[in-house]
Design a binder for this molecule. Structure first.
Ligand SMILES: [Ca+2]
Length: 193
């Protein structure tokens, strides 16, 4: 009889552990279902500041990753051209190329972005806008809180436009924070409210 309480206590502990484990699993699944974005890679915004010295695509420049997402932007049905050589020989990176840059650009369709980094990085779409802004003039930009600023007026475009994004034909809601992958076809559509 003297051992009975301790056995009960032991069983009770096991039950608690099992219940706790089950609860943890359930919580994990709930979070995964309700908030899948917490499992997304963290955007590495500093990618917009990177500069490859010299204009050649050389391994001596320390480039380990080299891939090409494609980007197309329209505002109220009008195609927004992405200038050729965006990110090449720009302020802060003279005679060099930003880790995200453009060589040739399309007149009407997708423009190929070149992403060349010294290691695998989570390069967000918004980082290209930061590079684009340095192209000067009225180039599209991001606001201080990293929202699209397609007309470069310092006011987030979310105030003035309905914005939709498709990646490889699928709706995507990550927008500025979307971490680009090789061969992505990224389509941004701005529609005036
Ligand atoms: Ca704006």
């Amino acid at each position: 009889m003297a051992k009975e309480p301790s056995r009960l206590a032991a069983m009770s502990t096991e039950m608690w552990l099992a219940a706790g484990g089950g609860l943890a699993t359930l919580s994990f699944l709930l979070v995964a279902v309700l908030q899948p974005s917490i499992f997304d890679p963290d955007p590495e915004w500093q990618a917009s500041d990177g500069c490859i010295g010299g204009l050649e695509h050389t391994t001596e420049a320390g480039v380990k990753e080299h891939y090409h997402p494609n980007l197309k932007i329209t505002i109220d049905g009008e195609y927004v051209p992405i200038p050729p050589n965006t990110g090449i020989d720009q302020a802060g990176c003279r005679e060099g190329m930003r880790w995200i840059h453009v060589h040739d650009s399309s007149e009407t369709g997708f423009t190929k972005l070149h992403i060349e980094t010294p290691s695998k990085m989570n390069v967000p779409l918004g980082a290209f806008f930061e590079v684009w802004e340095r192209h000067g003039g009225n180039s599209p930009a991001l606001t201080e809180d990293r929202k699209f600023d397609i007309d470069s007026n310092g006011i987030s475009d979310w105030e003035d436009y309905e914005i939709t994004m498709k990646v490889n034909g699928q709706q995507n809601s990550k927008f500025e924070k979307y971490v680009m992958e090789d061969s992505d076809d990224i389509e941004l559509t701005f529609t005036s409210k």
